[in-house]
Ligand binder design. Structure first.
Ligand SMILES: *Cc1c(COP(=O)(O)O)cnc(C)c1O
Length: 427
């Protein structure tokens, strides 16, 4: 598409441009394999000399069309879908890190990512230093080591709803010669495009707002194409020296701005294989077609619910960056001027049992291990998603033990508030 299109149009149309007589809607290429007329054509694909499909573990046309839509929405040069958000964050880091390397990460991140970086990467020989994202720059600088290979944070953290100062993080990362990876799951490119603030790589759990209907677990890694790997060639040998497993090809010289995404496809997908099914990519695309309509409604509803909760005497605290009283209000105004997300964190006056009773009394809002769904849902991270963490780790991750995570859906907001009201009356 030559014309510079707005986000709304990209949501509906990007990624799939049918030729004459082809299906208007992106087809589900539910095929593991692709046919060629002669052996030489297939060989050229294996050498990465031609582009084309040969096996769905590496690439699939449905998946690629949907990845291209997300790349367009984020303003990146390329993207790859993964089978989950966890796989996306693992690939984003593992693509440029190996045993003996180190990463610097905000401590307020999703519990699954916290375990992945703090426990599982450690088993692979990659160390992670978690830092307070709100600390002064000089303080964060101290976490960097000569073997540090990237910096990581979430635009809006799950479930603590802290807003990341992306420009500050990008400045720090670049000062130390490493890329900034931002998990943009909660904000979505509708509300924030981290590349515009200096991030180099963006990831998503597409399971959340992008799918939006709780049908398909998935993830995506998007590359801005802006990080100059060759300028830091000694730090990133995987991109800047020949890959023995690919006939001695050097990604940075062979693929330029597409080096990072090509390496994920050619190496990590080949060897680890966390691809989404084409059917799931198709469902994700249906979600993306209305992302620009759903996200503003999630935000408007959440704003009203947050204000209502804040005014309720049974509520001890409310954490939502759209509230003027919130610590992150200023940062949200800068990075998320059109709205943040539909997720609110709050705590009730009373005991932990009261919190459980309140949640059990909700009728419209369901208790589910999910967030960012069209349906309003609720979760108690300390007893659910984050139950592996100690109280100390919980607090470090910005998750108060009494925190209730409310994911406000796109129903009529008066119905949502009425449900919260009747449940509060039960305690
Ligand atoms: C849910 C989530 C993940 C993990 O994604 P899955 O699709 O569940 O694997 C990663 N980051 C954030 C911010 C999330 O909310």
């Amino acid at each position: 598409m030559e014309q510079k299109l707005s986000k709304e149009t990209l949501c509906v149309q990007a990624g799939w441009t049918p030729k004459n007589g082809e299906p208007r809607v992106v087809p589900i290429y539910q095929s593991t394999t692709f046919k060629y007329d002669d052996s030489d054509q297939m060989a050229r694909l294996f050498d990465l000399k031609d582009t084309g499909y040969f096996y769905t573990r590496l690439q699939n046309p449905t998946n690629d069309a949907v990845a291209a839509k997300i790349a367009a929405l984020e303003g990146g040069v390329g993207a790859i879908l993964t089978s989950s958000g966890q796989a996306a964050n693992f690939y984003a880091v593992f693509n440029i890190c190996e045993a003996g390397d180190h990463i610097v990460c905000s401590s307020t991140i999703y519990g699954g990512t916290f375990n992945l970086f703090g426990v599982t990467l450690k088993k692979l020989g990659i160390e992670c230093t978690f830092i307070d994202a709100d600390a002064p720059e000089e303080e964060i600088d101290k976490a960097f080591q000569p073997n540090t290979k990237c910096m990581f944070g979430e635009t809006i953290s799950n479930p603590s709803i802290n807003v990341l100062d992306i420009e500050k993080f990008a400045r720090i990362a670049h000062k130390h010669g490493v890329p900034l990876i931002v998990d943009n799951t909660f904000a979505t490119p509708i509300n924030c495009r981290p590349f515009e603030w200096g991030a180099d790589i963006v990831t998503h759990s597409t399971t959340k707002y992008m799918d939006g209907h709780a049908t398909s677990v998935g993830g995506v890694v998007v590359d801005s194409g802006n990080f100059d790997w060759m300028a830091h060639a000694d730090k990133f040998p995987g991109l800047t020296t020949p890959d023995e497993s690919y006939h001695g090809l050097t990604y940075a010289t062979a693929f330029g701005k597409m080096a990072y995404i090509t390496k994920i496809t050619a190496q990590l997908m080949r060897d680890l294989g966390s691809i989404p099914s084409p059917m799931n990519a198709f469902l994700l695309n249906l979600g993306l077609e209305t992302l620009h309509l759903r996200v503003p409604r999630h935000c408007a509803n959440a704003q009203k619910v947050a204000e209502w909760l804040e005014a309720n005497p049974k509520v001890k605290w409310v954490h939502y960056c759209g509230l003027k009283s919130n610590k992150y209000y200023e940062l949200a105004q800068k990075y998320l001027p059109n709205g943040s997300c539909g997720v609110i964190a709050f705590g009730l006056k009373g005991t932990r049992e009261d919190a459980v009773k309140f949640m059990d009394s909700l009728k419209l809002a369901c208790i589910v291990t999910h967030v960012a769904d069209a349906r309003t849902c609720v979760l108690h991270p300390a007893s659910h998603t984050h139950r592996q963490l100690s109280d100390e780790q919980l607090i470090e991750a910005g998750v108060a033990p009494d925190l209730i995570r409310l994911s406000v859906g796109i129903e009529n907001v008066d119905d949502i508030i009425a449900d919260l009201e009747q449940a509060l009356q039960s305690i």
